[in-house]
Design a protein around this ligand. Structure first.
Ligand SMILES: [Fe+2]
Length: 299
């Protein structure tokens, strides 16, 4: 017979003794936030007279999100944005963005294609789309460059499809790659301009919610960027870059997470000499944008 003390008690030592919370484990902050959330949600139920049928629909949406492993991502989109908005007045850096469901770890480490801070995302010969060159600097709020910060970048092809998910015949890790900035935190990356896309396999009940809210079915075009550096509080920082004028930005974005502060306005280049200098023979134009990333660093 085992004499090992069970890690979890299945019944109290004295079932009749009054329950007393352990003061060492109590969190007044947690109690306060939980009550405030209950009060806020209760007020909505009361004011809008939420029906059982509507609540059941909400449960079905949650169930569906759970089935597609989207609960975390969905709440991240809503709540991370609220945290950002809460600290908007004191936050002067680049807004962070959720990772999204189409990140794939293990992207290849790229080698420079020109100066030591210049790279090109892996792409097919004559990759369809308009070439795009993104350049910028990663620095802290006080302007100190994050020397040799590592980027992990991923985006969709001109078809709106991401590699590595078996959705088309793109090579593994097409338009996905890791690279390092130089000692001044500078980087330059050649890719193609992504396009608006719909995440494949979105269940109908979620599409119904988008329709009901008047949302588009497509996310605005964006490039996902993860930055890793020892000076970052969690070692890692994530954002997305968007394009001004995209019809799926702002309130139309079904993900509700695009921000005007993350938009860039591409400059178009058509000079054949410039195209040749960039090794872009075969294309009629290319775009350039500047996207600096300013982040809070660990104290
Ligand atoms: Fe995406």
């Amino acid at each position: 017979m085992s004499t090992v003390e069970p890690a979890f008690k299945f019944r109290p030592d004295d079932p009749d003794a009054p329950f007393v919370p352990d003061p060492a484990l109590l969190s007044p902050r947690l109690i306060e936030i939980k009550q405030a959330l209950v009060d806020a949600v209760s007020a909505v139920f009361e004011e809008k007279k939420i029906t059982y049928a509507e609540y059941e629909k909400f449960r079905q949406v949650l169930q569906t999100l759970q089935e597609i492993k989207g609960v975390h991502g969905w709440f991240d989109i809503w709540l991370a944005k609220m945290v950002d908005e809460t600290y908007e007045d004191e936050w002067v850096g680049t807004s962070s963005q959720p990772e999204g469901p189409l990140y794939f770890p293990g992207a290849p480490s790229l080698t420079p294609v020109g100066p030591d801070y210049s790279y090109a995302l892996p792409q097919r010969e004559g990759e369809p789309g308009t070439p795009l060159i993104i350049s910028g600097q990663v620095r802290s709020l006080d302007g100190t460059p994050l020397a040799n910060a590592e980027f992990d970048v991923w985006q969709c092809a001109d078809t709106g499809i991401y590699s590595n998910f078996g959705m088309d015949d793109q090579p593994e890790f097409n338009l996905r790659g890791k690279f390092r900035c130089d000692s001044d935190g500078r980087y330059e990356l050649r890719t193609i301009k992504p396009v608006p896309y719909m995440t494949p396999g979105i269940p109908q009940i979620l599409v119904d919610i988008w329709n009901g809210l008047g949302k588009a079915h497509f996310r605005p075009a964006h490039v996902h960027m993860k930055v890793r550096h020892d000076d970052l509080p969690s070692g890692e920082y994530m954002t997305q870059m968007y394009f001004a004028g995209d019809p799926y930005l702002g309130d139309n974005d079904p993900g509700e997470n695009s921000l005007s502060s993350l938009e860039v306005s591409p400059e178009k280049h058509t000079d054949p000499a410039e195209l040749t200098a960039r090794g872009l023979e075969g294309y009629s134009s290319f775009l350039t944008v500047t996207f600096d990333i300013v982040v809070a660093t660990a104290p």
